[in-house]
Ligand binder design. Structure first.
Ligand code: HEM
Length: 392
């Protein structure tokens, strides 16, 4: 029990792996109580994680009765929080917008945004890569894709952070976002444009269409899921490459290595530190541990992606392992819809950054890095990077 308290320690976000390794070693699943007194189970081994993520007796549907009704109606319709058959229907209606082919067509736009952001580095010796690249790139890309007008994007960044982090302003941020999307969707219906929200608002599939609540929930899910984790991925990639200069020079010499590098970052520094919550509807036995019915379960993606039962030498950054078995995007029917987009953005961002600044390296000691807090996200809040090699 005491062991799991390390998860809530101030030092945890900067280096979660020792605590997770200890839990993983002790067993496949652990009952944890948050400092706020909320109990849940944390799954720490790869095999058991796959079972939890595919067993239909675990439900994604949560009552959310802490939320006011006008928010609950939009949020509980999000596909991430639905079981089949609702989930199947919602995912089918949106998935045409996220096929690898559709996403590949976004490449020129993503390259253009990346180059513009990198152009902005020209006058600087040192930049915060989170602020100047990792956050704005995926944020602009998802806003473009959905059709959120540039002049209206400002407030969204703040709302989105609050939605991820939670806390006192959560309900306010959700209210503002939901109201904004209701209004935007009205405008898209009146004046459809060539964007995903217009397409979703107009979609009719076999006589089926998305309700207003479903559209708002979908829009919110896509904006928040679409950039918070991708920002973590880009930041974690720059961080890991900077600490592994040999891999950094290999990538610089051969940008074709970017996909392998990004997969290894996803495994080693999983940007979404956990899955989302599932609730058991009947007892489930994982190894020597039985989780009773009615309990909340989280999979620690950070822990399972370094499970030595599955990955040889799991703490070594080795883009050459060519394994593909990580669960950083989840597994099963809720497997990340945006995975092709996140991968493309991260590949472009890291290969272009290091092509332009081959010696770019983190400018501060590991102990000075600031990490996002909480157990759900694994990413840097800021990442000061020195762009040029120090003069000899
Ligand atoms: C689902 C991770 C980027 C949209 C998920 C899940 C994970 C994940 C782990 C499954 C959660 C669970 O089963 O409990 C990530 C990571 C990303 C990323 C690590 C970036 C590195 C994106 C992007 C988008 C997106 C760019 C959208 C444009 C979604 C959606 C779901 C989802 C809609 C729900 C799918 C469903 O319920 O069927 N993501 N994601 N994600 N992700 Fe991502």
């Amino acid at each position: 029990k005491a062991r799991s308290m390390a998860l809530f320690d101030d030092a945890y976000p900067a280096n979660p792996h020792p605590a997770l390794a200890e839990l993983r070693q002790a067993g496949p699943a652990h009952r944890v109580t948050s400092p706020a007194g909320i109990p849940f189970w944390l799954v720490t081994r790869w095999d058991e994680a796959r079972r939890v993520l595919t067993d239909p007796s675990l439900s994604k549907q949560q009552p959310m009765d802490g939320l006011p009704p006008h928010l609950r109606s939009a949020l509980t319709t999000q596909m991430l929080l639905r079981d089949p058959p609702d989930h199947t229907r919602l995912r089918r209606l949106v998935s045409a917008g996220f096929t690898p082919r559709r996403i590949e067509a976004l490449r020129p736009g993503i390259e253009r945004i990346t180059d513009r952001l990198l152009d902005g580095f020209a006058a600087d010796a040192e930049v915060d890569v989170i602020d100047r690249l990792a956050v704005p790139l995926p944020f602009e890309v998802i806003c473009e894709l959905l059709g959120i007008p540039a002049a209206e994007r400002g407030p969204f960044r703040a709302w989105s952070d609050t939605i991820i982090v939670g806390g006192a302003d959560l309900v306010e941020a959700l209210s503002q976002s939901v109201a904004y999307f209701r209004d935007l969707l009205d405008r898209k219906r009146a004046q459809p444009a060539d964007d995903l929200l217009s397409a979703l608002a107009g979609i009719v599939d076999d006589g089926d269409r998305l309700s207003d609540d479903e559209l708002v929930g979908m829009a919110l899910l896509l904006v928040v899921a679409g950039h918070e984790t991708t920002a973590n991925l880009i930041g974690n990639a720059v961080h890991l490459l900077s600490r592994n200069p040999e891999q950094r020079s290999r990538l610089r010499d051969d940008p074709g290595l970017a996909p392998a590098v990004v997969e290894e970052v996803l495994r080693m520094a999983s940007p979404s530190a956990t899955s989302t919550y599932r609730v058991t509807t009947r007892p489930i036995t994982l190894g020597d541990t039985t989780i009773p019915a009615g309990e909340q379960v989280l999979v620690s993606l950070l822990a399972v992606n370094r499970d030595p039962r599955r990955f040889a030498d799991p703490d070594t950054f080795d883009p050459g392992r060519g394994d593909g078995g990580h669960l950083a995007f989840g597994h099963g029917i809720h497997f990340c819809l945006g995975a092709p987009l996140a991968r493309l953005e991260a590949r472009i961002a890291v290969s272009r950054l290091f092509a332009r600044y081959p010696d770019a390296a983190v400018a501060v000691a590991p102990s000075e890095l600031r990490w996002r807090t909480g157990v759900l996200m694994h990413g840097l809040r800021s990442l000061p990077v020195r762009l040029h090699a120090a003069a000899a």
